[in-house]
Write a protein that binds this ligand. Structure first.
Ligand code: NOJ
Length: 540
């Protein structure tokens, strides 16, 4: 196995719209990111994944791109972008751009042309049919939109303002590759590839993910763009199994550095139903899924990404932790961080996770902004669902949970903006904010900082083998990492009840040191360990 720089990296995801507003329009911007680079440096991350900043009418907050080589007005200019890349690079931080290659905005010039007539040179850039089939949009309803100019339907797997590109057209692929090279020339550190598993879709067979030509396309893209450079690439692939992940991330195959898999994220969804149809979470399922990925995806045939959160997902403390009291929020936030950051793979931190931000409950539907939640609400109300039930799903799973503005301090609007924010803040910003976290040495922030440092200092965390311990324990997630004669033991109590564990039965060496814990008086003796609520310990 060849060692790669991104094996040792910790990535921080920024959703620019909600990060930091410097020009007082209520929307975050690129200068706002530049202003906070020192903060990110202090945390210790070395890569930023930037959600889309390209020109966009913002039907889906930038995931609907109208010009791939220019910047959204609200965020700044291309000069600001150059400045961000160079200021970040000076601090040893690489910028990973979000590539949305499955679709564009309907306001992209290619689509404006494509719509004009059936013989327009851009017609074949998109997917047109004279009759719709049964494919559904992720954002509710049919994935086909009728267009009266040419009396045909175009495909949109997301909103109707996000028409799908036709990857079977070589010209489309080449245009996209040129655009990727434009960003590589600007000095970016890599790419996150939005819903990339969809680009091989076989429309008439109604096959969307993992189509026959998918890997052929990815290998072609690799060879014409990032494959010639030493970059981090991570593909978003919702349906991946470890076997599928190996196709993308085995370095011999020249595709990506790694993928995002979502098996651990889908554990609160009823099988065969939508993300809104909830079922209770069970620790045994999480243990099974995460340890399967740890064991089956070894560095010889792939690489894991490690994440709890992103801009599409609810906040992890509200999901697997406990946000009902301040004490439990802090304990469970540190516990979840410890569990993930002790594993093998590249960890991703989503903005606000490092200070333990939580889900939001807006009283009125009008306060929500996300097209996915709003479309789903309309669809379900029409189908006869009760308002309260739909709102409960939005409270648990809605994407706006992750998109409320970053909480910098306890001033009005949490220091995010000097005017009306594009989406309301979480009302808890006076208790949970960066300023407070930086003043308190026991905060979740410093716990993350320490975990990042531990990763840098201990090769066993990067390359050590993973072994699940206490497999049948319903309350504790424990595992061992081993590399040559180095051992790291991680033990996490997932609940607010005490639990006694006997790790010595698992034939683990007696540890010599507590590397990190969320209690100040954690014991070194592991023979009879009584774990307190959410206690999480990493031993060496
Ligand atoms: C996945 C992105 O993460 C999400 O935010 C977006 O809505 C869809 N892809 C469509 O681009």
């Amino acid at each position: 196995m060849e060692k790669k720089w991104w094996h040792q990296s910790v990535v921080y995801q920024i959703y620019p719209r909600s990060f930091n507003d410097t020009n007082g329009d209520g929307i975050g911007d690129l200068q706002g990111i530049i202003e906070k680079l020192d903060y990110l440096k202090e945390l210790g991350i070395d890569v930023i994944w930037l959600s889309p900043v390209y020109k966009s009418p913002n039907d889906d907050n930038g995931y609907d791109i109208s010009d791939y080589e220019d910047i959204m007005d609200e965020f700044g200019t291309i000069q600001d972008m150059d400045e961000l890349i160079s200021e970040a690079n000076k601090k040893g931080i690489k910028i990973v751009m979000d590539l949305v290659l499955n679709h564009t905005s309907d306001e992209h010039n290619w689509f404006i042309e494509s719509k004009k007539s059936k013989d327009n040179p851009y017609r074949d850039y998109y997917i047109w049919r004279d009759k719709p089939n049964n494919i559904k949009s992720t954002f509710s309803g049919s994935a086909w939109e009728y267009d009266e100019t040419t009396n045909e339907y175009y495909l949109h797997l997301f909103s109707k303002k996000q028409p799908d590109l036709n990857w079977e057209n070589e010209k489309v692929r080449n245009k996209l590759y040129n655009m990727i090279n434009y960003w590589i020339d600007k000095g970016v550190g890599g790419f996150r590839l939005d819903v990339i598993d969809l680009v091989g879709k076989e429309i008439d067979k109604e096959i969307l993910g993992n189509g026959a030509k998918l890997h052929e396309y990815i290998q072609e893209m690799n060879s014409q763009t990032f494959g010639k450079h030493d970059l981090l690439t991570v593909g978003e692939t919702w349906g991946a199994t470890p076997e599928i992940a190996k196709l993308y991330s085995n370095q011999q195959r020249n595709e990506f550095s790694m993928i995002f898999q979502f098996e651990h994220i889908l554990l609160d969804q009823q099988e065969g139903k939508d993300k809104w149809d909830l079922k209770p979470l069970e620790l045994k399922d999480l243990k099974k899924v995460l340890s399967k990925w740890q064991v089956e995806l070894t560095e010889d045939d792939g690489w894991n990404s490690l994440f709890w959160n992103n801009h599409d997902l609810p906040r992890i403390i509200s999901r697997w932790g406990n946000d009902t009291t301040e004490e439990n929020r802090v304990l469970s936030g540190k516990m979840l961080a410890t569990l993930l950051h002790g594993m093998k793979g590249t960890p991703y931190i989503y903005q606000g996770e490092e200070i333990g931000m939580t889900n939001v409950r807006f009283q009125s539907l009008d306060e929500y902004r996300d097209i996915e939640s709003l479309n789903m609400y309309d669809e379900r109300i029409n189908e006869g669902y009760k308002h309260e039930d739909i709102m409960s799903s939005i409270y648990c799973k809605g994407r706006d949970n992750a998109r409320t503005p970053m909480q910098w301090d306890d001033n009005i609007n949490g220091g995010f903006t000097s005017s009306e924010p594009w989406i309301k803040l979480n009302s808890n910003y006076q208790t949970i904010n960066v300023k407070k976290a930086l003043q308190d040495k026991e905060s979740i922030f410093y716990h993350y900082k320490k975990l990042i440092q531990i990763r840098k200092d201990n090769e066993v965390i990067i390359y050590g083998d993973f072994k699940l311990l206490l497999e049948d324990n319903k309350q504790v997630f424990a595992y061992l990492r081993q590399l040559d004669n180095q051992q790291i033991l991680v033990i996490c109590n997932f609940y607010d009840k005490e639990v006694e564990v006997n790790i010595s039965e698992e034939k683990v060496c007696n540890p010599k040191e507590v590397m990190i814990s969320n209690y100040s008086d954690t014991h070194l003796d592991i023979t009879k360990l009584i774990l307190r609520p959410y206690e999480a310990i990493m031993y060496r």
